[in-house]
Write a protein that binds this ligand. Structure first.
Ligand SMILES: C[S@@+](CC[C@H](N)C(=O)[O-])C[C@H]1O[C@@H](n2cnc3c(N)ncnc32)[C@H](O)[C@@H]1O
Length: 268
């Protein structure tokens, strides 16, 4: 199957077949636009690989595996496609999938401006139109990991990976999720219980996020056929800055605001 064929993504369909949280998040991301997104996409595409809200260089926060050359990689919730662009420049064969046509439109514009091409699919990362064992690496930087149901997308990532393939994701830490208010920055105060943490909705109902605490996440990875290899708890570098308002440097110097999880698909 060639997933670049028209019709394999969700383009041209009304989305009625999608799970409710996917429909809501599609509406949200399709409504997010404006100069900030375009400017950020261009800056990300132009830059060397770096990660998360603190923009930590790959040399200091090794999210990509060492050798990307010749490897098939899928970015689940690719947004404006810059992770795929970085992977392509390192010799990988990337594919991006995203739920938002608007994000993908920006990604396509960047492909044109930077002279790089790779397949971009419009669809739900919980159900990807590629055959089993199509990829060596599945990655998500605040994409599927924050916006898809983990009980759907992690088994789907396992299906997409070849035996020995690598799953890497960068997400907000569970501690940050516990401390972050509806608007504004996290403070040194727990605002929600950890037990039962899973689906987190914004008060206005426009966003549905997911955050599994460590125990359930470890069990889900194991039950999906992964072996957990590393969990990097990210401390913001001294003097780092961020454009996001939900965490500040003082907080992120003391507690991990983000986590990088690395797991390997065990042989079938
Ligand atoms: C914070 S962005 C992360 C992407 C990229 N790393 C970035 O920072 O631009 C979250 C992305 O996840 C996408 N997304 C949300 N739900 C999704 C789903 N069910 N399947 C695929 N992508 C999804 C959104 O459309 C959005 O582009």
């Amino acid at each position: 199957m060639d997933a670049t064929e028209p019709g394999l993504g969700d383009t041209g369909r009304d989305g009625a077949h999608l799970p409710e949280h996917v429909r809501r998040n599609r509406q949200l991301w399709d409504s997010r636009q404006g100069a900030w997104f375009g400017k950020r996409a261009r800056a990300q595409w132009a830059a060397e690989p770096h990660w998360g809200v603190w923009r930590i260089p790959q040399a200091e926060l090794p999210v990509f595996p060492d050798d990307l050359a010749g490897r098939d990689l899928i970015d689940l919730g690719c947004g404006t496609g810059y992770v795929c662009a970085w992977a392509a420049r390192a010799g990988a064969r990337p594919v991006g999938i995203d739920n938002s046509e608007r994000q993908l439109a920006t990604a396509r514009a960047m492909q044109h401006d930077f002279g790089l091409e790779f397949p971009l699919l419009h669809g739900n990362a919980e159900r990807v139109p590629y055959p089993d064992a199509s990829f060596d690496i599945a990655i998500s930087e605040h994409g599927a990991i924050g916006w898809c149901d983990p009980y759907r997308w992690i088994p789907e990532a396992a299906r997409l990976l070849r035996p020995g393939g690598e799953l890497v994701f960068v997400r907000n830490s569970t501690l940050l999720t516990l401390c972050v208010p509806e608007s504004g920055a996290a403070a040194a105060r727990l605002r929600r219980p950890q037990f039962g943490l899973y689906r987190v909705e914004s008060e206005d109902g426009t966003a549905v996020n997911f955050q599994l605490p460590h125990g359930p996440m470890v069990r889900l990875l194991r039950d999906s056929g992964f072996v957990l290899e590393d969990l990097l708890e990210v401390q913001a570098p001294e003097n780092a800055s961020t454009e996001y308002d939900y965490v500040d440097l003082e907080w992120a110097r003391q507690w991990p605001s983000a986590e990088v999880w690395k797991a390997r698909r065990s042989p079938r």
